[in-house]
Design a protein around this ligand. Structure first.
Ligand SMILES: NC(=O)c1ccc[n+]([C@@H]2O[C@H](COP(=O)([O-])OP(=O)(O)OC[C@H]3O[C@@H](n4cnc5c(N)ncnc54)[C@H](O)[C@@H]3O)[C@@H](O)[C@H]2O)c1
Length: 423
């Protein structure tokens, strides 16, 4: 690869791919965002960003200066210098679904020319780069991977909504299938981020990402389970966590919540446990336990709502319950795997009149049996129970406590009052 290798393709223009594409435009790459969803391509071409961390104005400027284009046509990517794959890696029937990586690899293989660099960023189990991506690139291109074409893996650490630790300021772990590949991957990201962290092989980089997510998943499960027990024992777990956080070493605070959502916690650790079971025949017990504890949190929240209504002589059936927040994470629109959706469905199933407010999440979520409303004084006052599930800044917590007759706050966001219960 030469210094003037500037034609970059980013495969997948989602939460990971679009910010990467915009950053690459900023530092001077000529970027093609390859995206199979034509609706997304159309929105990008109209400078209409659907990712919160990317302003529409940024897309507009990138289009206007001619250094960015979005396309769903594979013919547009032929002869690229560098390609980064940022496609989804979901679970299907609890098994890793690598079909998006496979399809991206086939598309790139058909467009490969000698001297190119291909980097995988999607979160996946160790071995994917060398055992899946490399053979697909080789078979589809007829080129020798490792010499004609360099390949590496670099996990994405993007934290949507986090203004301090951005794509640029967060150190980036980089790897390659051989020293030449590592050097090329490192050189590429060194232009984009403040610090790169080279590791020996793609497997260490792949495991690094799964370790980070599993660490968080397990610790969130720990505080969630503790929260259930502390509640039964009449102890304020939030205060205990705050107190423990004053220890300057050996403790890191994690906060309880109504369950886990997105991809990092509910999905990614299962890639690791799946691989451990497949390769070693062993059960990764920490992951299985964390999955179990976190998956039960929405059920626990519904139980707490049921109990609170019951205390006031109200059955769930027919009661009006207002859910605040459908996204799994505050100040984002991401409702993938969101516990709020599970809670809404369970309450609707029990016959509650479920209403839900979220200024960010698409109106089609959560679907059947739930009415989407605004969080205003009338809605708050008309609800038999208000449940704070995602503490978006847009929710006026003083108004919540002032107008609601009962609040179950799963985020410790609402000021304390006699009619406010915390998870
Ligand atoms: N969202 C995060 O916060 C985050 C953080 C770190 C890592 N990751 C990982 O990054 C990867 C991508 O996640 P995301 O959140 O950006 O997903 P996303 O769903 O937001 O975006 C992925 C995009 O890829 C497109 N796509 C799918 N197959 C394609 C193909 N063959 N060719 C071109 N486009 C294709 C989809 O239409 C979609 O627009 C996943 O492996 C995820 O686990 C995500």
């Amino acid at each position: 690869m030469t210094r003037d290798a500037r034609r970059l393709v980013v495969v997948g223009q989602g939460y990971v791919g679009l910010p990467l594409a915009m950053r690459a435009v900023e530092v001077g790459f000529d970027v093609t965002g390859f995206e199979i969803d034509q609706g997304r391509v159309d929105r990008l071409l109209a400078a209409d960003s659907y990712i919160e961390d990317v302003d529409s104005a940024t897309v507009r400027d990138a289009l206007a200066n001619g250094r960015y284009r979005a396309t769903a046509d594979p013919a547009d990517i032929h002869g690229f210098d560098i390609a980064v794959i940022t496609v989804p890696t979901p679970l299907r029937d609890t098994q890793p679904d690598l079909s998006h990586i496979e399809s991206a690899a086939r598309t790139l293989a058909a467009a490969l020319t000698p001297g190119a660099l291909v980097i995988l960023e999607s979160t996946t189990y160790p071995g994917t780069t060398e055992e899946l991506l490399v053979p697909l690139l080789e078979a589809g291109s007829g080129l020798t991977i490792g010499t004609d074409v360099l390949v590496g893996y670099s996990p994405e650490r993007i934290d949507p909504g986090n203004e301090e630790w951005t794509f640029v300021t967060t150190p980036k772990v980089v790897s390659g299938i051989n020293p030449a590949s590592l050097a090329a991957v490192d050189a590429f990201y060194s232009e984009l981020v403040v610090e790169t962290v080279p590791v020996s092989t793609p497997k260490e980089a792949e495991l690094c990402k799964l370790l980070e997510n599993t660490f968080r998943h397990v610790n969130v499960a720990l505080v969630n389970e503790l929260t259930v027990f502390a509640g039964e024992l009449g102890i304020d777990v939030w205060e205990a966590i705050d107190a423990a956080s004053t220890k300057p070493f050996g403790f890191m605070p994690f906060r309880p919540g109504p369950g886990v959502g997105g991809h990092c916690l509910p999905v990614d650790p299962s890639y690791l446990s799946w691989q451990v079971r497949r390769s070693l025949g062993e059960s990764f017990r920490f992951v299985e336990l964390a999955n179990d504890v976190n998956a039960h949190m929405p059920i626990y929240v519904v139980r707490r709502i049921t109990r609170a209504l019951n205390d006031r002589g109200l059955p769930v059936k027919g009661s009006r319950v207002l859910l605040l927040g459908l996204a799994y994470k505050r100040n984002t629109s991401d409702a993938r795997e969101s516990p709020s959706v599970v809670i809404a469905a369970q309450l609707a199933d029990l016959g509650a009149q479920v209403r839900a407010a979220d200024p960010f999440v698409d109106e089609s979520v959560p679907g059947n049996g739930v009415t989407r409303v605004d969080c205003n004084a009338e809605e708050l006052a008309a609800a038999d129970a208000v449940v704070m599930l995602t503490n978006h800044d847009a929710f006026d917590v003083k108004s919540v406590v002032e107008h609601a007759s009962f609040v179950l706050d799963c985020r410790r966001a609402v000021p304390s009052a006699v009619h406010v219960e915390y998870l």
